[in-house]
Design a protein around this ligand. Structure first.
Ligand code: ADP
Length: 398
């Protein structure tokens, strides 16, 4: 079955066409600057030259049409006709409290995605546009919504309730939701398979460390806690996000700098994290590491604080589960940065974690990086959100 996987942002659309039989990527690409001057589609098909089309894309419907044209193109395409596409899987940010699993889209599902615009103001409107564009371009082909929040829905109340007046939960569904759910579900599942763990009871901590970063704890593949909250701002220190913070900081800086709360939230989302801590060097961990090597103190502190917070979450989640069988590292930093993995694990000697430096000297490959005597299996497991969305889609439409 050929499945088109779509990840829509407000002005971008990423896609992959995946053959679900052998899980190979037939083609992938990106539409940029949708609705803005200078729109561009970049399309890559296995074994073919890169194909770039610079043409106005006033909306997502036009973008989807251009993706279809690229997929069936005589030279750069990979299918003869769009009827070969059996289903479309969409990454959708927020499913509110309604969806704890992926679902085939109908009018009710679209209504819920719309009701969650408040909770995911940047992503949910774009995600819905992507779904409606596919409905228009491929009538009758099922669309599946795969929610970033679905994995977090199995958290118990003690993990998802904020200690604020209950009326805000009742009125506005203010609670912890968690994000990166597709990745956490995929990687915790892979950890159980790859690590040969008990599928029903395995206690797994997944550290998804990229530009956005989060940690999850799951038992038997079901999430019991995760570090992002109502929005992706809570939890770890990230590329540009502050993560956990005393909320009084918001009031204090707003008063001193004459900022509105919205402006302050923009600072916490876009100008904080290792970018802010390092005095503006970069949000890219490679740049921060380079600056640290060159003797920059703020860069060194930013990195240390990043590692320290990941380690604290691992400690907290080990307590939450009364133990841990495996810790998995994934995403840009988790898959590529052996120093990050080693330093984070250096806090975990009390759990009996021992890293094998030779095994840890690896990038982007499934591998156990702990020593045989380690009491907890530590693994590098590359995430693959597109493949996860493809699998969820196939499971629902087959
Ligand atoms: P996102 O999907 O959240 O944008 P990714 O998972 O693609 O992020 O991760 C991107 C981040 O991974 C970059 O900011 C970069 O700092 C980090 N990264 C990639 N390669 C390395 C590396 N070799 N060493 C350290 N960090 C790396």
């Amino acid at each position: 079955m050929k499945v088109l996987v779509i990840n829509c942002g407000s002005s971008s659309l990423k896609y992959q066409l995946i053959d679900s039989e052998n899980e190979s990527v037939l083609a992938k690409g990106l539409c940029e600057r949708i609705g803005i001057a200078g729109s561009k589609l970049t399309h890559e098909a296995a074994g073919k030259e890169k194909y770039v089309v610079e043409k106005a894309m006033p909306d997502h419907t036009t973008a989807i049409q251009m993706v279809m044209d690229a997929l069936v193109d005589g030279t750069y395409g990979v299918i003869a006709d769009t009827s070969e596409i059996s289903a479309v899987g969409h990454r959708v940010l927020h499913g509110g409290m309604k969806y704890s699993d992926s679902i085939v889209v109908n009018e009710d599902v679209k209504k819920v995605i719309r009701e969650c615009f408040d909770l995911g103001p940047l992503h949910n409107p774009a995600n819905l546009m992507g779904i409606e564009a596919c409905e228009a371009a491929m009538p009758g082909v099922p669309n599946v919504a795969v929610f970033d929040t679905a994995f977090g829905m199995s958290m118990p109340e003690k993990a998802y309730m904020y200690a604020i007046p209950h009326e805000y939960f009742e009125k506005y569904s203010i609670r912890r939701y968690g994000f990166h759910g597709t990745s956490h579900k995929f990687v915790s599942g892979e950890a159980i398979k790859f690590g040969g763990l008990d599928p029903k009871n395995a206690k797994v901590i997944v550290c998804h460390l990229g530009n956005g970063a989060s940690v999850s704890a799951s038992i038997g593949g079901k999430c019991v806690d995760t570090s992002m909250g109502l929005t992706p701002l809570e939890g770890l220190i990230m590329g540009t996000r502050s993560g956990d913070l005393d909320p009084a900081v918001v009031q204090f800086i707003c008063n001193k700098e004459n900022l509105t709360v919205d402006e302050m939230l923009n600072v916490l989302n876009k100008k904080s994290g290792v970018l802010g801590m390092s005095g503006g060097i970069s949000s890219d961990f490679r740049d921060i590491e380079k600056a640290k090597e060159e003797g920059n103190h703020l860069a060194a502190v930013a990195l240390d604080a990043f590692y320290y917070r990941v380690a604290k979450y691992i400690g907290a989640y080990t307590a939450a589960m009364n133990g841990v069988d495996a810790i998995a590292f994934t995403a840009g930093v988790g898959e590529n940065d052996k120093v990050a993995r080693k330093t984070i694990c250096s806090y975990l000697g009390f759990l009996g974690v021992v890293i094998d430096d030779e095994a840890n000297d690896v990038r982007g490959k499934e591998r156990v990086i702990s020593a045989p005597e380690s009491k907890v299996k530590v693994m590098l497991l590359p995430t693959n959100e597109e493949l996860a969305i493809c699998r969820e889609t196939v499971a629902l439409v087959k």
